[in-house]
Design a protein around this ligand. Sequence first.
Ligand SMILES: C[S@+](CC[C@H](N)C(=O)[O-])C[C@H]1O[C@@H](n2cnc3c(N)ncnc32)[C@H](O)[C@@H]1O
Length: 330
Amino acid sequence: MAGASDHEDFFEGTEKLLEVWFSSSSDNEQHDLRNIDRKDWEDLLHIVRCEILSKMSNPDMDAYVLSESSMFVTKERFILKTCGKTTLLLAIEPLLRLAKNKCGLDIVFDIFYSRKKFARPEQQHIIHRTFEDEVSHLDKVFKNGAAYTLGRINRDCWHLYTLDEEGVTLPDQTVELLMWDMCREKMAIFTQDVSKTAAQATKESGISDIVPGVQIDDFLFEPCGYSMNGLLPGGYYITIHVTPEPHCSYVSFETNVPQESYHTLINKVLATFRPGKFLMTVFANKASLAKDNHKEMAKKDVKGYVRNDHQLCFFKNYNLTYSFFTRPVI
Ligand SMILES: C[S@+](CC[C@H](N)C(=O)[O-])C[C@H]1O[C@@H](n2cnc3c(N)ncnc32)[C@H](O)[C@@H]1O
């Protein structure tokens, strides 16, 4: 029998996510990734096979909605999240050249590359078909890379490549919820049959209430699909992407907003989208407000879901919690 992912209109919502932290060997205060020209970003994204749909800025961060997800740029940090058949890792070396040549940012002091296991890996460009191939590519660029897979490798799992370094010592945290088998009623909001504008989808779905006060840039695709970036002062962001097609429904939520406990936020996200399954990752470094969040996460249940996997990793300066949940069929 053909599985849901065998459908001819299958879209791989699962994103590849890259975060790179730069610094400079010189003291010049002018180093700033935001000085890179739009044309240079467009050329870089052309290599990845996606394009800029819109841009929003605040004093700390530039946020781009892309044809395939999002890009965030601060003075010294770069985040690129791309879905579908994009070729994100082909951008690594051009990105390092851009940062060095245009901004004098010649040191990479931390990177995080991660993604969930693809539903249809054979549809990906050769560089992204297996995690081993991705690691080989990254190992050619970085001398001290460390690669991990969390979760069940014969079911749903999540891959991570980072550096075996002290890394980011400023307070830093990232929470991701990757959700699938989504509620059809909720997903209908992200189609142009039901919502006339992106703003309407943002409001009707409840996305506008998840993190109050964010400056929002949202986009509703034709005939369906949705992406949004949200900015808060201080370099904080949220980003949400929705693939509503029932045979491949998928939603991702990501934020770096610091909180001692993410319990309320996670419940708001789940109530907004009602996934059948989700995996959650929380990174927090030693300076983060969320540094002890893993203790709460080990104890607290998520109402309406069964936790199938729960793993905790301690890196040099970060802890990482991975949990996988399913909603029991009643
Ligand atoms: C870019 S969005 C969000 C993808 C995201 N990674 C997610 O979480 O699902 C993908 C959704 O928009 C739809 N879509 C419509 N036009 C598209 C386009 N030109 N590029 C990418 N996706 C498009 C896809 O079918 C899918 O439902």
